[in-house]
Design a binder for this molecule. Structure first.
Ligand code: MN
Length: 228
């Protein structure tokens, strides 16, 4: 009976709870088939429900090793990655990267357009939107093995394209290129193999039609106003 529990047992219970589910898998912000025909339903179900879920589960398992993880927001965790082991690097990175990835995508035709401010910054840095796209796709194509392509705002408040291996990202203090991600493309085979097989380039080309510019515009504005 709950009435018979004294205050100290309740406090003990409360303090022991975060160890089981400090990190949780949020539902996708759209249906599993919403990104079709660019990304098929089965890929999204497996990618979100199994791959992303595994990163969350495995990250939670590291809380016994590092209790402070349970109190850290994901960005702070990335920025302090040098303090943690490879399991936190891979699974914490996997959790951050995927939650961003889902948000920067939207059903074809619903993602809007890059803002005026973002387009100006793209022109300044890359000469044109098409050049930025070409460089981004090149970063995606040339990342050997598993990893991610990124558009970031670096510490000079400039846009920059980069890629990372595995589940690393440019927020991590251990990453050679640092910055705030505003756009992310997962180029692990699990992200595209069912539909595109080995054609990573076709996947990257098609992916631009599901970019959620509403979200990217907001991330860009936030990154430009953040003091470094
Ligand atoms: Mn993935």
């Amino acid at each position: 009976m709950i009435k018979t529990l004294c205050l100290s047992s309740l406090l003990w219970l409360a303090s022991s709870l975060p160890a089981f589910a400090a990190f949780t898998l949020a539902p996708l912000p759209y249906a599993y088939d919403a990104l079709e025909p660019v990304i098929d339903k089965a890929t999204m179900q497996i990618h979100h429900g199994r791959h992303h879920q595994a990163y969350v589960t495995n990250l939670n398992a590291q809380i016994s090793e590092y209790p402070e993880l349970a109190k850290l927001d994901l960005v702070s965790m990335m920025q302090r990655m040098s303090e943690f082991n490879d399991a936190v690097r891979n699974n914490g990175g996997g959790h951050y990267n995927h939650q961003l990835f889902w948000q920067v995508m939207a059903a074809p035709g619903s993602g809007g357009e890059p803002s005026k401010a973002l387009l100006e910054a793209i022109d300044r840095q890359f000469g044109s939107f098409d050049n930025m796209k070409t460089q981004f796709n090149q970063a995606a194509a040339t990342r050997f093995g598993s990893g991610w392509a990124w558009l970031i705002v670096n510490d000079k408040q400039q846009l920059q394209i980069t890629s990372t291996a595995n589940q690393d990202n440019p927020l991590m203090d251990i990453n050679p290129v640092r910055g705030t991600p505003i756009l992310a493309l997962d180029v692990w085979e699990h992200a595209y193999y069912l539909q595109y097989q080995n054609r990573r380039g076709s996947y990257a080309d098609a992916w631009w039609t599901v970019v959620n510019w509403h979200k990217v515009n907001r991330l860009f504005a936030e990154a430009m106003t953040t003091t470094h």
